[in-house]
Design a protein. Structure first.
Lengths: 134, 560
């Protein structure tokens, strides 16, 4: 039987509509052989956590360019934890100032990618750090 | 324009030149095989008379103020008045933004442009659960007319024009502006400014949407009708390519989708409101991106004017020359800037601004070097504004109109942009118009294709971004000051809103909201009712909730 593919939920939490990065990643991850579910913009942390559990994903990728990442990213991590789904890896990207990085890692984000990150580097990070859950 | 004799002579010389080039290239190959614009349009090594031999001077070029307005709408160019130096700004509370505005005016800015925060942009109040974490972050938070009064405090509304980047709640923010002007006893035919109010590009690119496309266009037609009748100097829509480009489109896509959006609005106003095209078309305005590929941008802006003039005359029978004029604002390309080596952004912005000016813009925003990282600092914004002032007053480029006209390359590229844009416009016509095309996901997917391709080209170093994929400075520490919006802004704004809600006459608010609802249901123009509601302290969200209730909510289909 073929090995299960890595399943990824890509989402844009909050009210931000800058979805160029998220959509480029959706295509890139699909081309890299992952299964991709893209929720579109304007998702609440609750909607994202629920979708991640329902879709049984291995990874949640959050993109935010509005400055609200400090509030929204940890919310998603906490909601997953509350549902006992803290084995789902959460990563984020967007305009994230240097000083916000550590607090986000402390909150449970596993990786953060900022403008200029190469597509290959993201795919490689996922292949190294994420394995399909049983 | 180019006679046969010249073409024949030129062809001979060109043949000789080509032979020469072949010999050189055989020995010293070019640095790369294909030379393309940032949008991937192929560029020849040289252009000559034969590249523009089909052009007719009178039909295709002419002089400024003459059809087809390729060279500009105003006959006198920048000598009478430079373009408006209009820096987009807004942050935190209305009081803070008002302070920044006064700083900018004192620094020599000549028009205002408002950035709102995400809750305001999306039609939510600061006290909505959806607004958590977003208050004041990317712009100013406005909940009620009380905030709006602080925003414009001390700004002479009859002298300074203000642009407001607001889309789904455009009727409401414009109603606040109108109500404030009335409070100050300023006649509505004296106030000038712009509301962006362009919903089609939201579905295509920026994703700040609320109701579905059809009723969204209806609300826009309401504002156009109201402006035509009562606020004649207001630009009731700023048909925007900027966001389409930032979302990753090519220059041609930006041009085509924006102009086709404009045509959709024209058609809706004629059909729905029964206005004659010449009654409202002179107040339609546009907004373009100026990206890093210098000549492509100049060609795009020149082509835009010619396409619009032709479309208005030929498709809609416009006769008033002002209906044929494409007046536009330009902003340099945020997406061309880099977080790496951020001071390089000053250079990029200067080149992009220069392209905007050579393309004949009426108004310009120059991005600040730190905008990839945060809201601009006072210092960064000053450099950006000074960039415009240097272009205007030191370089001499504003002395003569459309200096690149007649260049074989620029004219050929302008023609090519126009031709390719018309192909898209006709394709969208065939799909049943822009609303139909959006419903089919057509422009969205075209843009996704282009942006993914570009990103792959960057990763493969087929296209260059200095500091990102070439001349990278390893272990770079980005040491520019980061502007942060304090979290106390949210608490402050929440208090303020609670106080307004406590003090206002709740019954009056409910009545005015009912009136808006009735107008929506009957298909009446909502503007007079909105003005009444904001005067009575109805909030942005309360009015938007009425729209959402009657027209429904649009959800991002997540097309990629």
């Amino acid at each position: 039987m073929a090995e299960r593919k890595i399943r990824i939920l890509l989402s844009k939490p909050g009210l931000d509509g800058h979805d160029r990065g998220a959509k480029v990643l959706a295509r890139c991850f699909r081309d890299a052989g992952f299964e991709v579910i893209y929720t579109g913009c304007h998702q609440t942390p609750e909607q994202i956590a629920a979708a991640a559990i329902q879709e049984d994903v291995d990874l949640v990728g959050l993109s935010c360019l509005s400055g609200a990442h400090k509030y929204l990213f940890p919310q998603v991590v906490n909601l997953l934890k509350a549902e006992g789904a803290d084995d789902i890896c959460v990563i984020g990207g967007g305009i994230i100032p240097e000083q916000d990085m550590q607090p986000l890692y402390d909150a449970g984000l596993k990786a953060l990618f900022t403008p200029g990150a190469k597509l290959d580097s993201l795919v490689e990070w996922i292949n190294t750090n994420v394995t399909p859950r049983a | 324009m180019i006679n046969e004799e010249l073409v024949n002579k030129s062809s001979l010389l060109r043949q000789k030149w080509e032979d020469e080039v072949k010999k050189i290239v055989a020995k010293h190959p070019d640095q790369k095989e294909s030379w393309t614009t940032v949008s991937d349009l192929g560029i020849k090594r040289i252009y000559g008379p034969e590249d523009i031999k089909e052009m007719d001077f009178e039909r295709d070029i002419a002089y400024p103020g003459q059809y087809p307005y390729l060279r500009g709408c105003q006959p006198s160019g920048y000598r009478g008045k430079y373009w408006t130096f209009r820096m987009f700004s807004g942050m935190g509370t209305a009081v803070e933004t008002n302070k920044r505005w006064k700083y900018l005016l004192a620094t020599g800015q000549t028009g205002l442009s408002t950035a709102f925060d995400f809750p305001t942009l999306m039609g939510y109040d600061t006290d909505s659960p959806k607004a958590r974490g977003e208050c004041g972050k990317v712009g100013v938070a406005i909940d009620t007319i009380d905030d709006f009064r602080d925003l414009i405090s001390g700004i002479p509304l009859d002298k300074i024009t203000t642009s407001m980047t607001i889309n789904p709640p455009a009727t409401i923010l414009w109603a606040m502006y109108i109500a404030c002007a009335q409070e100050q006893g300023i006649s509505l035919n004296k106030i000038g400014g712009t509301i962006q109010n362009d919903m089609l590009k939201e579905f295509i690119a920026q994703k700040t949407f609320m109701c579905p496309p059809e009723p969204s266009v209806k609300l826009i037609s309401d504002t156009i009708e109201f402006g035509t009748k009562y606020v004649p100097k207001w630009n009731t829509v700023s048909i925007s390519g900027y966001h389409i480009r930032e979302a990753g489109s090519t220059a041609v896509q930006e041009l085509a989708f924006t102009l086709r959006d404009g045509m959709e609005y024209v058609e809706d106003v004629i059909r729905r409101k029964g206005l004659q095209v010449d009654e409202f078309a002179p107040r339609l305005s546009f907004f373009f991106n100026s990206h890093i590929d210098f000549f492509e941008e100049i060609a795009k802006l020149r082509a835009a004017r010619r396409i619009w003039a032709k479309a208005m005359r030929e498709r809609y029978g416009a006769q008033d020359p002002r209906s044929l004029w494409m007046r536009f604002h330009t902003q340099t390309a945020g997406c061309s800037l880099t977080a790496q080596q951020p001071y390089n952004n000053v250079v990029r912005t200067a080149i992009e601004a220069l392209a905007g000016v050579l393309g004949g813009t009426q108004s310009l925003h120059t991005n600040s070097l730190d905008e990839v990282l945060c809201l601009p600092s006072d210092h960064a914004v000053q450099i950006a504004l000074r960039t415009q002032q240097i272009i205007a007053e030191e370089t001499g480029v504003a002395s003569t109109i459309d200096p690149l006209a007649g260049s074989y390359f620029v004219e050929a590229l302008t023609n090519e942009m126009e031709e390719k844009a018309w192909e898209y416009i006709h394709k969208i016509d065939d799909m049943g118009g822009m609303v139909a095309a959006i419903e089919q996901g057509f422009p969205q997917l075209e843009i996704s294709d282009a942006s993914y391709k570009f990103q792959k080209q960057i990763d493969a170093q087929e296209k260059v971004m200095i500091g990102v994929n070439k001349y990278v400075q390893e272990d770079e520490k980005i040491d520019i000051p980061i502007v942060e919006i304090n979290d106390s802004v949210e608490a402050e704004q929440l208090n303020r809103l609670a106080e307004v809600k406590r003090k206002r006459d709740g019954r009056k608010v409910a009545e005015t909201l009912k009136d808006i609802e009735a107008a929506c249901k009957k298909g009446e123009n909502v503007m007079p009712y909105c003005i009444e509601a904001v005067k009575n302290y109805a909030t942005v969200q309360e009015i938007c909730d009425v729209y959402r209730g009657v027209f429904g909510e649009y959800r991002d289909p997540g097309i990629y």
